[in-house]
Design a protein around this ligand. Structure first.
Ligand SMILES: Cc1cc2nc3c(=O)[nH]c(=O)nc-3n(C[C@H](O)[C@H](O)[C@H](O)COP(=O)(O)OP(=O)(O)OC[C@H]3O[C@@H](n4cnc5c(N)ncnc54)[C@H](O)[C@@H]3O)c2cc1C
Length: 307
């Protein structure tokens, strides 16, 4: 545990007050689970972020960037190190217009929902598929978030990263290693901002598509509970939810964690679930899928911390 007063004081100085020590992560994860992190720091500027990462790296303190924590399970023993929340970096700028293309640059902490609102207001098409994805720009790009056959990689033009020394670099899309639900980042890089390429379109059409997607999500997903979205990646074009349903696991429960009765690939927190309950469900599903169907299910959710 990082209890060293000198380190704590220095981080407080760099982060101009936006730092909490020994913070329970269940207060921050969409799933509502997670023990304490030694440090939760939310830099207010990119320069502050650069200083903090360089300082943490220099002290050999592990750190992890997060956005909205909607794809994250923090184990019950918490995280030994610093969780760096990008939530205060939320500036959006229109970069340029080139024919039908409009380039929008958004900082990593910008909620995807804010970009969708902007795209409706400004009649810009391309982001509609992100409707209902509760993540941030940084988390979305790291996860190459997607739905309805589209992924963020389809509309990203460039991503700005800082490395663990706090040095910034702009990387064009063609040099980024996007995969299904992952962007392979070099070392301990943190996404600082991204430029998206959107197309001039019709406000009415964009809004209708967004509303249609939100209606579909309300029907298919257990949105009245705390969740982390899809738990497993879909293996070779087969929906993981269907596999879990065929295994008869819908409604299966450990503690207050339950495989959703509505959608097999969601785990819901019925109230007081612990990370351990969720991880036991994940393990049960994986073992049954392998034993009964010969299918290896890989988690899409990110699991961090100590038991
Ligand atoms: C109700 C619900 C519906 C969902 N639907 C979808 C869906 O349709 N499609 C989909 O793909 N996902 C979906 N998700 C999952 C989740 O919202 C997405 O993966 C989202 O993009 C994660 O963003 P975040 O900001 O919450 O990331 P976090 O959960 O905060 O982080 C996720 C990962 O990204 C890393 N990360 C975060 N920020 C940065 C950064 N700035 N630089 C480098 N790494 C970073 C973290 O370290 C972590 O490994 C859903 C989740 C919920 C709760």
């Amino acid at each position: 545990m990082i209890k060293d007063k000198e380190i704590r004081d220095e981080i407080k100085k760099i982060a101009s007050g936006q730092v909490i020590f020994d913070e329970p992560m269940y207060l921050h994860t969409s799933m509502g689970v997670g023990g304490k992190t030694d440090i939760l720091v939310s830099p207010g500027t990119v320069e502050e972020l650069q200083h903090i990462t360089a300082y943490l790296a220099g002290c050999n303190i592990p750190f992890l960037p997060v956005g909205n924590c909607t794809n994250l399970i923090v184990k019950d023993g918490g995280y030994r190190g610093a969780i760096i929340s990008l939530k205060n970096l939320g500036k959006i700028e229109q970069e340029k217009i080139q024919g039908e293309n409009v380039y929008i640059c958004a900082e990593a902490g910008t909620p995807l929902s804010r970009l969708i609102d902007l795209s409706i207001r400004e009649s810009l098409s391309g982001m509609e598929f992100c409707a209902g994805i509760p993540g941030s720009v940084g988390g979305g790009i790291k996860m190459n978030a997607g739905a309805y056959g589209r992924e963020l990689k389809d509309i990203v033009k460039e991503v700005s990263l800082i490395n663990s020394d706090g040095i910034m670099k702009d990387i064009p899309r063609d040099d980024l290693q996007f995969e299904y639900r992952n962007l392979d980042l070099p070392g301990k890089s943190i996404i600082v901002s991204a430029t998206f390429c959107l197309l001039k379109g019709s406000e009415e059409k964009i809004q209708e598509e967004v509303l249609e997607i939100l209606r579909t999500r309300r029907k298919k997903h257990p949105l009245s509970y705390r969740t982390a979205g899809s738990v497993f990646k879909n293996p070779c074009n087969m929906p993981a939810g269907k596999i879990i349903e065929e295994l008869g696991l819908k409604g299966f429960q450990v503690g207050d964690a339950q495989i959703s009765k509505i959608h097999g690939n969601f785990i819901v927190n019925l109230g007081k679930a612990k990370a351990m309950d969720i991880l036991t469900l994940v393990d049960t599903v994986q073992k049954m899928a392998l034993k009964e169907k010969g299918i290896s299910l890989e988690p899409e959710i990110k699991i961090i911390g100590e038991d």
